[in-house]
Write a protein that binds this ligand. Structure first.
Ligand code: N01
Length: 566
């Protein structure tokens, strides 16, 4: 029976009376960056913990997303842990934007360096988590038939971890090879000499298409919605770039934690990349100059060119038109260029993409774009794809069709709290959380970067560290004060939901049919799921809650006396 290994801190005790495999202080679901850092911090607190993950190794999203060209859109010097000075000084990134293999190597390095593996159980899918009111503990069940008992359960399950195949008639009838970018084969795929179809043009496709096009005999891209993409200008890491980061890491990390996205741009001149003026308050020539400058530097800093690009439609239009002009300039065939130009949603309101030679790829003789708005897909056939313009045969189909984001993985687990309240029912009309950290009626169950927190709108590692640090402080507070359970008050959850919703509606994000809005999954409730208040503001909000004695939470002692927040 697995799950009986000893932990740093207290040894795990088999709970034979309850027929459980093992009992821990904390079960952590997910061995990505969130789960690993949580484990590391819990050990220092002296709590026993076990991490469960369905994958065969650590790394979370970077374990699964091995498609060609997979790369992070946050610069390597910032998409990395800050909790260990030694780690950040000794690890060296080879590129400005690290590719998936290097980020996965980093995740493995972290697991080894901090000796995390002995408390991580792989190839184990968590199927259920039920709260027992008598014992005030969670029972966590797995697809191996094991059960774990824990006082706390931490869902470090990631925001983009349930890949989504499209609902297209005949999908399963196709006889060639199929792949999803989010579940890429570990041995890689050789497309040499093959006729390949890619369905979808989101961030994953925009990275994969140029690489697949170089290898395949022919590539056809099926596009339903064109995307705005900015060149990454990726390149090798240089000592001139790395050196100032490493000698000034503490200050820069501290500053990044206060930023809206948790990212610093353009640190060379200490502006931190924010141009704090409206696009409407500069002359057209000056605006053009600023956009050109950002386009030349590359990366998502483009969206920080002015302070109102996500709130003011007129400002946003200027940025959108600039990118369209670049697409028209780059793509030689005018009809293809026009089809690649997004028109019907503001730039940045679907996740902005960054690329290497994406638009240039459409100038290759072996690449063709099919505009599904003109000729929609009717069916996947045994041989290939049939649109209203006819059938085309392919050797392989790549689905770059995204994820059931933010809620998909949590809703796939049978989570039941107080009085048998089911998360699936509770979230039927959309996710409701307090601070994106917890839900009312689910005591002692935490989410790392859950819906209602900045999460996917931010540098994920900055947000992960903030959530884990906050949680560890909360657990330390509970231990010191003899508190057994923590749970948000229902009214606190409602007001936080209203705050998240109002913040979203002050922006243009709600104008796009994006996965942020749940719009990519048929039947999923439409609501803007992440919190747009900004990483710095959100951190302060969380800190204020803790400083006020965990305002909005009910803390209960072992003797069941509720401890009122000050
Ligand atoms: O998924 P997506 P993704 N027929 O949902 C299309 C992160 N990420 O994997 O827009 C035809 O963005 C769909 O079309 P439409 C990042 O946060 C980061 O690319 O619904 N097409 C769309 O074009 C990102 O946002 C990085 O009309 C269909 C595409 O599939 C998130 O992950 C890299 C279809 C899905 O795009 C998700 O990105 C990669 C259908 N039936 C990912 N169904 C970096 O850090 C769907 N589509 C750089």
């Amino acid at each position: 029976m697995s799950g009986t290994g000893t932990q740093q801190g207290r040894p795990a005790q088999p709970d034979r009376a309850a027929g459980l495999a093992a009992s821990y202080d904390v079960i952590i679901v997910g061995a990505g960056f969130g789960g690993m850092y949580m484990l590391h911090r819990l050990r220092a607190l002296g709590l026993s913990a076990r991490v469960l993950d369905v994958a065969s190794d650590v790394g979370g999203t970077w374990y699964w997303n091995r498609y060609p060209g997979a790369r992070c859109d946050v610069e390597s010097m910032q998409y990395s842990f800050s909790f260990s000075k030694e780690l950040q000084q000794t690890w060296s990134w080879s590129e400005r934007f690290a590719g998936q293999p290097e980020i996965l190597a980093y995740a493995n390095h972290v697991a080894d360096r901090f000796d995390l593996r002995r408390d991580i159980q792989l190839e184990t899918r968590v199927t259920a988590a039920h709260f027992d009111e008598q014992t005030r503990r969670w029972t966590i069940s797995t697809d191996r038939g094991e059960q774990f008992s824990a006082q706390f359960c931490v869902m470090a399950t990631g925001c983009l971890s349930t890949a989504k195949l499209p609902e297209i008639t005949g999908r399963d009838s196709y006889q060639g090879a199929t792949y999803h970018t989010g579940y890429w084969p570990h041995e890689g795929v050789d497309f040499s000499g093959l006729k390949v179809a890619v369905i979808g043009t989101g961030s994953s496709a925009i990275q994969a298409i140029p690489v697949i096009a170089e290898q395949a005999a022919h590539l056809t891209v099926f596009q339903r919605t064109p995307n705005y993409s900015i060149p990454s200008r990726n390149g090798p890491m240089t000592p001139d770039y790395e050196g100032p980061w490493k000698s000034d890491y503490e200050r820069r990390r501290a500053k990044a934690r206060t930023m809206r996205t948790g990212i610093l741009y353009g640190v060379e001149n200490e502006t931190w990349g924010l141009n704090n003026v409206s696009a409407m308050d500069v002359s057209p020539d000056e605006r053009q100059r600023i956009y050109e400058e950002r386009w030349a530097v590359g990366g998502t800093a483009f969206m920080a060119a002015f302070n109102d690009l996500i709130t003011n439609e007129a400002s946003n239009d200027t940025a959108a038109e600039f990118v369209r002009s670049k697409i028209r300039e780059t793509v030689k065939d005018p009809e293809t260029a026009e089809a690649l130009c997004p028109h019907d949603y503001p730039i940045g309101t679907k996740r902005i993409c960054i690329d290497t030679d994406y638009f240039e790829t459409y100038n290759r003789p072996n690449v063709k774009l099919v505009d599904l708005r003109k000729t929609p897909i009717e069916a996947i056939t045994p041989k290939g794809v049939r649109t209203t313009a006819g059938e085309q045969a392919f050797d392989a189909i790549v689905y770059a069709t995204g994820f059931d984001a933010m809620t998909g993985t949590l809703m796939s687990i049978d989570i039941r709290g107080r009085d048998g309240v089911e998360l699936r029912e509770k979230w039927a009309a959309g996710p409701q959380t307090y601070l994106g950290l917890m839900c009312a009626e689910l005591p002692n169950l935490f989410m790392i970067t859950g819906p209602g927190s900045p999460s996917v709108l931010s540098n994920m590692i900055v947000s992960i560290e903030q959530h884990v640090d906050w949680l560890v402080d909360a657990l330390a507070h509970m231990r010191a004060n003899g508190i057994e359970t923590i749970e948000p008050r229902a009214d606190a959850e409602v007001s936080w939901g209203q705050h998240v919703n109002e913040a979203g509606h002050r922006t243009l994000y709600v104008k796009a049919a994006s996965w942020y809005m749940g719009a990519n999954v048929p039947g999923k409730p439409r609501m803007f799921m992440p919190y747009i208040g900004g990483v710095g503001v959100y951190r302060q909000e969380c800190d204020d809650v803790a400083a006020k004695g965990y305002e909005g939470f009910v803390l209960t002692r072992g003797d069941e006396r509720a401890v009122a927040a000050e």
